[in-house]
Design a protein around this ligand. Structure first.
Ligand code: GLY
Length: 362
């Protein structure tokens, strides 16, 4: 299909142009310019930028992209010791393990293993969840876990295979089961957050941070769930995770608007006069392609749904003809925090990742 090649070429040319202009880890676009992840150390999005550089190298074999990916990955090195966030999977899978996959250079694995060791320090063994936010000794958010963490588990499953130590996979498995039990509702929708008593581990309630309410379904969180449960199934072969990914995917597809790109929250009363989240669509599409690989009986259905979403993103949400430096536009970082209608680096990354899968099967 010609549009896939066009979209890939456009994404690579945008990445090449961005490499010339960025002075930090790009996070979102506003009025035609990038805003950078705060603090200079990559925030939760540094891996997505490096991942785009690796994808560009994989497609073009232009050594300039490999050099840039290595340089930007090296800037994330101090984060391997960061015990103050759950985001280490986003950071080190895309900056380091993707590099191993594309170049075969196993030396990039070293930092990823250290990052996995930092990440498991956030596991609450009573509640069986990985804490999302806050320094290990901070009281605030001690009992809060979020759906996004499902995306950080693949790093832990990999760490068990790489090190031979089972603890990483056990923690990842335990967290995924907890998320399935408390965040996935009977209709296949999910809550953004789940709160526990951090001392006893008792579940308290569903909650939200970036969604409309505790009982609503934040569309990017739903996409994290589809993708994260499909990956967890790939790592565990436990059928409950395959069923969870399918269930969450069905909800997202059944509640999709006509152009297949979700509004920021499926429960928004303002729909259809509300903002979209193109990043949710890109993550969902890439997650559906993982599901298609794992769920062979329904592979065609998931693959077709992903292709339809990606084609709509390309036709209706690409930055062609605008002054935005991102690849996609109309992403919502967080409507409750007043941050919407941006290009988002993670929307761009998962769009590129999914296009690569469509084009090459990798
Ligand atoms: N992981 C943060 C977000 O999805 O906005």
């Amino acid at each position: 299909m010609n549009w896939i090649n066009d979209a890939l070429e456009f994404s690579i040319e945008r990445t090449r142009a961005n490499l010339e202009i960025v002075t930090g880890f790009p996070e979102l676009t506003k009025s035609g310019a990038w805003e950078y992840a705060r603090g200079g150390s990559g925030g939760w999005v540094g891996g997505h930028w490096v991942g785009l550089l690796w994808l560009a190298f994989a497609h073009t074999r232009d050594e300039m992209f490999e050099r840039a990916a290595r340089e930007w990955a090296a800037r994330l090195a101090p984060r391997q010791h960061d015990t103050g966030t759950h985001d280490l999977g986003f950071l080190f899978e895309l900056s380091h393990l993707l590099g191993v996959q594309i170049t075969g250079d196993a030396s990039l694995e070293t930092l990823a293993l250290v990052a996995a060791r930092s990440l498991i320090r956030r596991f609450n063994s009573r509640g069986k969840f990985i804490r999302a936010w806050g320094a290990l000794d901070a009281e605030q958010n001690r009992g809060r876990a979020i759906i996004d963490t499902l995306m950080n588990l693949d790093l832990l499953f990999w760490a068990s295979r790489a090190s031979g130590e089972t603890q990483f996979a056990e923690i990842a498995n335990a967290h995924a089961r907890t998320a399935l039990q408390f965040q996935v509702r009977a209709d296949g929708s999910t809550s953004h957050a789940m709160d526990f008593n951090p001392d006893t581990g008792a579940f308290i309630a569903q909650g939200t941070h970036q969604g409309l309410s505790a009982s609503s379904c934040w569309s990017r969180g739903q996409a994290w769930a589809v993708y994260g449960f499909a990956e967890t199934y790939r790592n565990t072969r436990d059928e409950i995770f395959l069923a969870a990914s399918r269930h969450c995917a069905d909800y997202a597809l059944q509640h999709a608007p006509a152009d297949h790109v979700p509004f920021w929250d499926y429960a928004s009363p303002l729909v259809p006069n509300d903002v979209r989240d193109s990043s949710a669509a890109a993550i969902l599409a890439s997650g559906l392609l993982i599901l298609a690989e794992q769920d062979r009986a329904n592979a065609e259905r998931w693959h077709d749904a992903a292709t339809t979403i990606l084609q709509s993103l390309w036709e209706n949400y690409s930055s062609r003809g605008t002054r935005e430096p991102s690849i996609l536009i109309h992403g919502t970082r967080s409507k409750p925090h007043g941050s919407m209608d941006h290009g988002l680096i993670y929307g761009d990354y998962y769009f590129g990742e999914a296009l690569r899968k469509l084009a090459t099967g990798k």
